[in-house]
Ligand binder design. Sequence first.
Ligand code: PHE
Length: 452
Amino acid sequence: MPENRCVQGIWSSPWLFILAASGSAVGLGNIWKFPYMVGENGGGAFLFVYLLCLLFVGLPVLIAEVALGRSVRANPIDTINDLHERRIIKKAWVFVPYLAGLAGFLILSFYSVIAGWALAFFERSLKGVFVGTDEYKTQSIFKGLIESPAEMLLWHSVFVVLVILAVGQSVTKGLAVLVKVLLPVLILMLIGLSIYSSLVGDVEQTLIFLFSWNWNQITPNVVLSAVGHAFFSLSIGMGGMFAYAAYMSKHMSIARACTIVVGIDSLVAILAGLVVLPLVFSLNIAIDSGPSLTFVSLPVAFGSLPGGQLVGAVFFLLLILAALTSAISMLELFVSWLHERFYVGRFKAALLLGIGVWFLGLVSLLSLNDWGDWTIFGYVFFDALDKFTSLILLPIVAILLSVLVALNLPRSMLENELITRNPKHFKWWYNVLKFFSIPIMLVITIIGWIGV
Ligand code: PHE
């Protein structure tokens, strides 16, 4: 492999991959999206299918993506090129990583608008706007933000600048340190808040909602949403995990690392559900009210909590940082490629991509207000992009990458890469991926598309 294709840097400890990958996985998807997805899709039915998807689709596909990412030790585009040049795979596969990078790029454009909401709420928390607030006031504060393109643009821009500055650095340096502090603090805070929510909120209704379901609630739409969200939440199918894996130590067990990442990701999502939903039920906020759910319910809790001004500010700060560590991974594929292949400085590459993200985000945020009349298949641009990436692009890339790994790479190469202590574990993963995850992804995606 020519020198210029080799990755720039390596995680100095095996744990750093787990931290960086968890940083990518844990983000707005867990704290903002998961509670409202559960709410919109019937509670227990969605949670049940979602957990199955994580275990039998998300985890095997994540392992496949990471194994592929570590195999050549280059950025995803050069990895696939290298495999093709060595005649291991056919030329047709070389377009897949571009699709993955595109998914990350598109997601970041609306993700940064939502991260902008968190910034706006952070500022309001600091100022004490939520002290003594109720659900009506927070609802109108949220609505006011959505109806103000100028304010959303300001915060969206701030977030894009933060992303450019962060991705401009080498990810093997500061990122893991940030996540190392961020994750435990975030988890502790969510545990604390969930205890508070269970004291002031309607915990009984939450538990019934989360853990009971009717089989007829499991519609094609619910199943497709669950798979799409599993991909989104685990950052699968957009090349971020693929790119991070290139920096991973060869001694680390991929299966173990990925299982830990899936565990942390699920824990954070469920905790977020246990924080948000009891409040939603006790405040009589509509459970299916969608993207506003977290942003409306939490400030009410902070507003009535002693020291809530500070607690709220700290919470939104953590949310912003979690979003940032996810956002970094969305650009990593193209940034590492431009850097390794064309010697473009990381900062320059990040700036170039960041400008594109900023423009697309501008369209997204305008579609929530001034351009709200313009719809694509009945969705405003913001929602259309969310649906297109989660329900179409991510499943397609995930299916392609899985087929590439399971059916095109030599089994011995994968065995060497996975180094499982027990050979049965390798067989288990390989067979589940080949005979279960891939067919099920195909079926769910196609039936979901027909049913949506
Ligand atoms: N997994 C992130 C979250 O849950 C979102 C993400 C999507 C991150 C795509 C990287 C790539 O918020």
